[in-house]
Design a protein around this ligand. Sequence first.
Ligand code: PLP
Length: 472
Amino acid sequence: MDPNEFRKYGHEVVEWIARYYENIEQYPVKSHVTPGAIKARLPELPPSGGESFNDFLKDFDEIVMPGISHWQSPNFFAYFPANTSFPSILAEMLTAALGSQCMIWETSPAAAEVEEKMMEWLREMTGLPSYFEGVIQDSASTATLAAIITAREKSTDFLINNYGFRTAPELRVYCSEQGHSSVEKAVKISGIGKSNLVRIPVRDDFSMDPVKLEAAVSVDIKKGYHPCCVVATIGTTGTTAIDPLKAIGEICRKNDIWLHVDAAMAGTALILPEFQWMIEGKEYIDSFLFNPHKWMFTNFDCTAYFVRDAAQLIKTFEILPEYLKTRTRGRVNDYRDWGIPLGRRFRALKLWSVIRSYGVEGLQNKIRQHIRFASELEGMIRKAGDFEILAPVVINVVCFRYKPEGSDEYSLNRINEMLNHALNDSGKLYLSHTSLGGKYTLRMVTGQTNVTLGHVQKAWELIRNTARSIKI
Ligand SMILES: Cc1ncc(COP(=O)(O)O)c(C=O)c1O
């Protein structure tokens, strides 16, 4: 493809994107293809000669699009959002155009320095302490893995990095029963082991019980284990429960335990002064992550990872082969040493574009709106009489179930599962579910970039009418 052809197809692709967003509500939100259907339509072998981009675009429309679930639809209420926005998409095109590999400062100084500045902006916006330094990771899972490995090294004086586990103590990591599965993945990968992840029971609001944490730590110490890291969650995946940082932090400080905070989705709400309560106790935090790729309108992937002491992180991950030795080392941030991959994309560009385009106030207004929609939805559900709210509505997630009179718990689980499938099969919206105390729970998240109160009201009407029409 030469520059002229690129120009022609580039305009066509941008036109496709604009039309997609104008018509996005006409697609079924959740894809209905059956397993294997898309693959069956792809040729057995790659083409031996080049094909036209027109053919590619045609197949994109005909083969790929039916197999896409539309995360950017304002009727997408499932999981946590993976939002994007036009300023993010445009900047991502520029990142792809540059194709820079930003492993060290020298391989693209602007990428390193824009990243450094964006992390400073996000630190200020979220109210994290000024001594924190940040780096962009691909995902929350990677950032949590980096945190747990750094905690492992700090608590063993870098023994395991150097000599493996032979003489290391048996380490323990703690998170609540509602902590994300990425914590379990991280203890497995870091060699600490799944059986050394201690799940702390939660209180009625599904947040970690610090009394139970303290008891678990103390029992472990008596048994000869070495408590290494607590992962507290600000906004759990199930219900957006907020673990009590101050109480947890005091336990960590007393026992010399690393405190990592996973605020994957809810961290964005920290840009609102009225949500700063969520990080009361921030002085105890050793590492903190949140995903602008969830609720800050910046397309996947973009995880902001902050650490109290960058030297510990770098000491854990640094490598220095001959070909990466530079004259600027020590004077600049070589981000390859701040995490797992060597190669890195220029992710800060889309973040810069988004923050400039919305402005901090624009972001705050949108986030506040989403939070208000959740609270209005909660009101609608409570008014209905035959529905039940199953967890406190803290931010933008409403957990509920249909509860017709006279049904036992087994039937309620069946009915709500049927309701979830019926709604998602309708193509009109997309919800996901969780289980709370054995109850099949519908989760509706009002955090999609373009969601309005009208979308939420229409979705609620559909949920209510579908529920009442279910025949058992
Ligand atoms: C609380 C929490 N932590 C971590 C993750 C993992 O996020 P990622 O896909 O960025 O690894 C999620 C995903 O939804 C989450 O809800």
